[in-house]
Every structure is written in C-alpha cells, then in structure tokens.
Design a protein around this ligand. Sequence first.
Ligand SMILES: Cc1cc2nc3c(=O)[nH]c(=O)nc-3n(C[C@H](O)[C@H](O)[C@H](O)COP(=O)(O)OP(=O)(O)OC[C@H]3O[C@@H](n4cnc5c(N)ncnc54)[C@H](O)[C@@H]3O)c2cc1C
Length: 63
Amino acid sequence: MIKQPLPLSIKGLPKTLPKLRNFYSISQWVEPGGSLPVVAMSGRNIIQQICREDKQTFRAMTP
Ligand SMILES: Cc1cc2nc3c(=O)[nH]c(=O)nc-3n(C[C@H](O)[C@H](O)[C@H](O)COP(=O)(O)OP(=O)(O)OC[C@H]3O[C@@H](n4cnc5c(N)ncnc54)[C@H](O)[C@@H]3O)c2cc1C
C-alpha cells in the first residue's frame, strides 16, 4: 500500500529503484500531472541524466 499519497502525488514516484542499477522509470507516475508532453519531457530529462552520468554530451534535435 502506498503511504503518504499526497506527497507522492506532488513529487511523483521515484525514477530509480534501490539495488537495481541502470533502471530508470518514465511515466505519468513519476512526473506529477502526467499528460503526453510532460511524459515526453520526462524521457528527455532521463536521457540527459544518463548522459551526465556517462560523461557524454547530451544533444537534442528538433524535428
Ligand atoms: C482517455 C484519456 C485521454 C487523454 N488525453 C490526453 C490528451 O489529450 N493530451 C495529453 O497530453 N494527455 C492525455 N491523456 C494523458 C496521457 O495519455 C497520459 O498522461 C500518458 O499517456 C501517460 O504515459 P505513460 O507512458 O505514463 O503511460 P501509458 O501511455 O499508459 O503507457 C503505459 C504502457 O505500458 C503498458 N503496460 C502496462 N503494464 C504493462 C506490463 N505489465 N507489461 C508490459 N507493458 C505494460 C501499457 O499497455 C501501455 O502501453 C489522456 C489520458 C486518457 C486516459
């Protein structure tokens, strides 16, 4: 059962899990508010984070 539902609905669920390396969760559940643009931004932000962790330059292209 989820404890503290209000803070979770504000902060969202964690994007990583303890003891599970290289796992990143992307969904409306980790980004409060949901919606397609927010979830797409969530994916972009995680790729940016992974690039930073891997010391790679993050490059984005617009269609
Ligand atoms: C009726 C409706 C209308 C909406 N209209 C809009 C809108 O106009 N504009 C807007 O921005 N947002 C809209 N939204 C919100 C938007 O759809 C969601 O915020 C967004 O799709 C969430 O993306 P997600 O990737 O988190 O989840 P989802 O898009 O739900 O993707 C989750 C995926 O995981 C799959 N899945 C689930 N469990 C498992 C499993 N055990 N194993 C494998 N696969 C699994 C599901 O089949 C699904 O494909 C709408 C939502 C609804 C319900």
